[in-house]
Structure formats: structure tokens, C-alpha cells
Design a protein around this ligand. Structure first.
Ligand SMILES: *Cc1c(COP(=O)(O)O)cnc(C)c1O
Length: 385
């Protein structure tokens, strides 16, 4: 089945990388449960030698993701952090990263606790002002690492502006596109060098698999990354790849519904007397709204808010009281989740750093699912009650 970049997003989501199986006609990509491949003579094979190096189910997913992000090469991993780890392994001791301060807690942890001891250091800045990024660049800086919308404050970073200031300085710009997904934002088209995903979230979409991916059009870096993928071996199994492929087929319809529900929840929260402030890039008063309009085609399903009084105990109580919104880490599945970042996903960040980044003790994060919006609002209303 031919797919090309001219086809629409939803068509490519369903077909890219997934030709019907040539031997049986099976319309779904088979799960190739095999570790090795028989060769007709030494070194003569059909493109696959060993499943760490390559597996047809993984190849289908890698090609699919490359198409959706508009890149030339996709590489998949056993988790989002295994993808991050692979990128970091292409750096050397003495290299430096400038990263946004409001980022996924696990990314902060691998930067600071795993790679800093090897001499790969990071500086964290509020990247919503690109001048802060420019000021943190040194002659050792190799990567600018962005997340937008950020987690959990949903701040918006102007990708094109950061790409512009990085030009001619031998730097690469990495964008963690997990929150937006390629349906809402395509960083490579804005000039970024590489896109990273936790497939565990919206792309998988059903909270049943952990995975990661990177997509790039930088052929030289892609070669290096593929080398590390094989040499270090942080690859996903074929069943995991199949589950993500299946999830991606409905990405477009799911994202539309996530957003519709998120908008309804945001309207409810904004009017609620116990809520002090709501962060959602779709709100006109959100400081990143104009940039979001420019670089995204929608605002997604993540919402965060702070309770009046800024008390950690109030936030902890609220997240324990909802019934449909399940109290859990992670995000992006069809079911709604609620969490308290300070004691859960962002517990690895020291309190001082957190407060500096605007992460209140009374912050609550929602991953708004695709249930009926009325039931979600009733649930929050009762819990806030
Ligand atoms: C979950 C997540 C990651 C890490 O991905 P895993 O699949 O959990 O390893 C990285 N970035 C963001 C924004 C995430 O939400």
C-alpha cells in the first residue's frame, strides 16, 4: 500500500510503514516474535539479521513515526527514557546541554543523576523567554533540549525562535513532543533537529505499553543514534511495537476528543471558587497562547491547576477523592488521570528548584481522557465539593 508525504495525517497514521503482509495478505502488521533470521548463505539475508538490530514489527513503527513527524528516520526504544539515554550517549564528557526548567521529572533525573557524574552537564532555564536559552549557551553546549507544552505547567516554548538563535553555533535542538503529539505539533518542520517521544502516552494511547522513539532528518546523527540503538540495545519488543502501531491508528480522533473534553473541564475549573488558577494553552490569558496558536494546530488534553491557599494537603486530598479520574502517574491514555506532581511525577526535583520554576505545592495535573465530559465534570465537582 503506497503512502506518501502528500497524504493527510490520519491516512498516514493508519497506513505509513504498514504494507499488507506479502506472504499471507494479513492487513495488520504481524508481530514478528523472532530473535534471529535464517540466511541463505553467510551474510545473505532479507534485510534482518538479529532482532536487537532490526525487527519487521519495529521497522513498521519506525517508518510510521518518521512519516507522522515529517522526518527521514525513526528509531524506537523500550521506553521514552531509553530514547533519551541513546541521545545522551552520542555526547562526550565535557559536553553541555541547555534544557527548559519545567520538564519531565525523569528527564531531569537522568541528566543530573546519571549523566552529570560522567561530565555531561546541564543548565536549566525558563525557555519561554528564548533570551534565557541564548544566555545559557557556552562553547561546550551541544544540545538545546525543549519540552513544549511543558510538564506540568503547560508553558509554551517558541520552537522556531530557539532554532533561530541556535543557528551557526553547531548546536542541535531536541524537542520532546510527547504532550502535543505529531497530530498537534511537528517540531522538525519548525527547524528542530530531532523529536523525542514517550510512546507510553498519547501515541500508545491505552495505558498498556511503555515505549519511546526519536525521529530526525539529520542523516549523520541518525546513523550515530542507530549505532547506539544497536550497540547499547535499549530496544522494544515486537508486541510493544504492535500495540503502539494499533494505538496510533486512532490518534487523530482521540486527540480531538481529548481536547474537546479538556476545554469543558477547563471552563468548569475556571469558574470554581476553590481553584486559584488554571494552566491550559488554549486559554486566551495563557502567556503562551499566541505562540501555541502559531506552532500548534490544537491544545491537547493536559490541564493543570492550583488550589486556593496553596496548601499541599488540599491538593493531596483532592487527588484522592476523584472516582473517574484515577490517581496515577502517566498521561495520554483514553482514561482520565489525576496526580499531584510535587509528591509523584516531579518528586525527584528539589523543592527549591521546583518553587523557582513555579511548581506550587498545591498544583494538580489532569490528563483528561475521552469519557463523557459531563461525567468528568461531575467527578471533579464532587471531589472539590
Ligand atoms: C513519560 C514521559 C517521558 C519518559 O517516557 P517513558 O516512556 O516513561 O520512559 C519523557 N517525556 C515526557 C514529556 C513524558 O511525559
Amino acid at each position: 500500500m503506497g503512502t506518501s508525504h502528500d497524504q493527510g495525517f490520519s491516512t498516514r497514521a493508519i497506513h505509513a510503514g504498514q504494507a499488507p503482509d506479502p506472504t499471507t495478505g494479513a492487513i495488520m502488521t504481524p508481530v514478528y516474535f523472532t530473535s534471529t533470521y535464517v540466511q541463505s548463505a553467510p551474510g545473505e539475508h532479507k534485510g534482518f539479521e538479529y532482532s536487537r538490530t532490526g525487527n519487521p514489527t519495529r521497522t513498521a513503527l519506525e517508518e510510521n513515526l518518521a512519516s507522522l513527524e515529517g522526518g527521514t528516520r525513526g528509531l524506537c526504544f523500550g521506553s521514552g527514557l531509553a530514547a533519551t539515554d541513546t541521545i545522551l550517549k552520542t555526547l562526550k564528557s565535557g559536553d553541555h546541554i541547555v534544557a527548559c526548567d519545567d520538564m519531565y521529572g525523569g528527564t531531569y533525573r537522568i541528566f543530573q543523576n546519571v549523566y552529570a557524574p560522567f561530565g555531561i552537564t546541564s543548565t536549566f532555564v525558563d525557555a519561554t523567554d528564548p533570551n534565557n536559552v541564548a544566555a545559557a549557551i557556552t562553547d561546550r553546549t551541544k544540545i538545546i533540549w525543549l519540552e513544549t507544552p511543558t510538564n506540568p505547567l503547560l508553558k509554551i516554548v517558541d520552537i522556531a525562535a530557539v532554532v533561530e538563535l541556535s543557528k551557526g553555533r553547531g548546536l542541535k535542538v531536541v524537542v520532546d513532543n510527547t504532550f502535543a503529539t505529531p497530530y498537534l505539533q511537528q517540531p522538525l518542520a519548525l527547524g528542530a533537529d530531532l523529536v523525542l517521544h514517550s510512546l507510553t502516552k498519547y501515541l500508545g494511547g491505552h495505558s498498556d505499553v511503555v515505549g519511546g522513539a526519536i525521529v530526525t532528518s539529520d542523516a549523520q546523527w541518525a546513523e550515530q543514534l542507530a549505532y547506539v540503538q544497536n550497540a547499547a540495545g535499549g530496544v522494544p519488543g515486537p508486541m510493544d511495537c504492535f500495540l503502539v502501531l494499533r494505538g496510533i491508528k486512532t490518534l487523530a480522533v482521540r486527540m480531538d476528543r481529548h481536547e474537546e473534553n479538556a476545554r469543558a473541564v477547563v471552563s468548569f475549573l475556571k469558574e470554581h471558587p476553590r481553584v486559584d488558577r488554571v494552566s491550559y494553552p488554549g486559554l486566551e490569558e495563557h502567556p503562551g497562547h499566541q505562540v501555541a496558536l502559531k506552532q500548534m494546530s490544537g491544545f491537547g488534553g493536559m490541564v493543570s491547576f492550583v488550589l486556593k491557599g496553596e496548601k499541599e494537603s488540599d491538593a493531596r486530598e483532592l487527588v484522592s477523592r476523584t472516582k473517574i479520574f484515577a490517581l496515577a502517574e502517566s498521561l495520554g491514555g483514553v482514561e482520565s488521570l489525576i496526580e499531584h506532581p510535587v509528591s509523584m511525577t516531579h518528586g525527584a526535583i528539589p523543592r527549591e528548584e521546583r518553587l523557582k520554576a513555579g511548581l506550587s505545592d498545591a498544583l494538580v495535573r489532569l490528563s483528561v481522557g475521552i469519557e463523557d465530559a459531563g461525567d468528568l465534570i461531575d467527578d471533579l465537582s464532587r471531589a472539590l465539593g
